[in-house]
Design a protein around this ligand. Sequence first.
Ligand SMILES: NC(=O)C1=CN([C@@H]2O[C@H](COP(=O)(O)OP(=O)(O)OC[C@H]3O[C@@H](n4cnc5c(N)ncnc54)[C@H](OP(=O)(O)O)[C@@H]3O)[C@@H](O)[C@H]2O)C=CC1
Ligand SMILES: O=C(O)[C@@H]1CCC=N1
Length: 275
Amino acid sequence: MSEPLPSLLLVGCGQMGGALLNAWIAHGLEPSVVIDRHREDLSSPHQVVRALTDIPADFHPAAVILAVKPQKARPVLEELARLRPDIVTDAVIVSVMAGLSTSTISAFLKTNAPTARPAVVRAMPNTPSAIGRGATGLFAGNAVTPAQKTLCDRLLSAVGATAWVHPEEQIDIVTAVSGSGPAYVFLLAELLEKTAVSMGLAPDTARLLARKTVSGSGELLERSSEDATELRRRVTSPGGTTAAALAVLDAPDNCPRILREALEANVLRSHELAS
Ligand SMILES: NC(=O)C1=CN([C@@H]2O[C@H](COP(=O)(O)OP(=O)(O)OC[C@H]3O[C@@H](n4cnc5c(N)ncnc54)[C@H](OP(=O)(O)O)[C@@H]3O)[C@@H](O)[C@H]2O)C=CC1
Ligand SMILES: O=C(O)[C@@H]1CCC=N1
């Protein structure tokens, strides 16, 4: 196994925090502390506590991963800075929260630690991280050192592909494309299944064919060096059945317009969460 990942403080262990944690533990994670009200199933050397007040005084993580909902960030960050200014000063603060900017996160942390200059990284992962097939966009705030940036890259590379973006606003586009992206793919699987049933296939057959089509196509794309466009071309016989369907789906006013509107709505929601 490669070098262990350093100790982390994970705040919030729901869908995303839990997915990351499982993958990090599988990669060998130094003793870490998780704050969550639900998760109790971690075995030693890791520790689950219910509140920031329960972080052991001698625990000094290399990174704090913030994986609570953006709407809950402010009290968490203010309390962390009040209780453990040493952690805010020494650790890199990695937020996976949609919307909240590095300056907002820093401002919350500075409410109770005015002299701190927190090193804040935004990471936007996705749930396939749970199986090591995630895709994460990252942005580093001003105070982040090269060593902290390398550490963040190690952490997120352990769960899939990474790409650093600049300027910070691009994280909202990352959220719209890959952070939320798995939901669009699962929606496709759902709609294929439901439509197949409505057209007459047995439910079990529809489910099997829809799931395997989506997962098999994803795996083919993963293993191929070809673009998606070329893989699509190989399915599409001139004048055949696929071409008839794509003439509907890919008409400018259908999927291209609808996907654009969906991604713009996603970015708009990030802006709303930020304010
Ligand atoms: N889900 C996804 O695919 C992705 C999510 N994200 C981001 O990840 C973050 C979390 O989302 P997600 O995992 O879906 O949400 P979840 O609700 O599944 O997880 C959030 C967890 O944080 C816990 N929590 C709430 N308040 C505190 C607190 N004060 N201290 C410790 N834990 C707390 C919640 O517990 P309780 O239920 O008791 O409140 C819950 O277990 C969001 O900011 C989101 O933008 C980013 C990329 C992808
Ligand atoms: O839906 C959300 O707000 C989060 C961010 C990206 C995926 N889930």
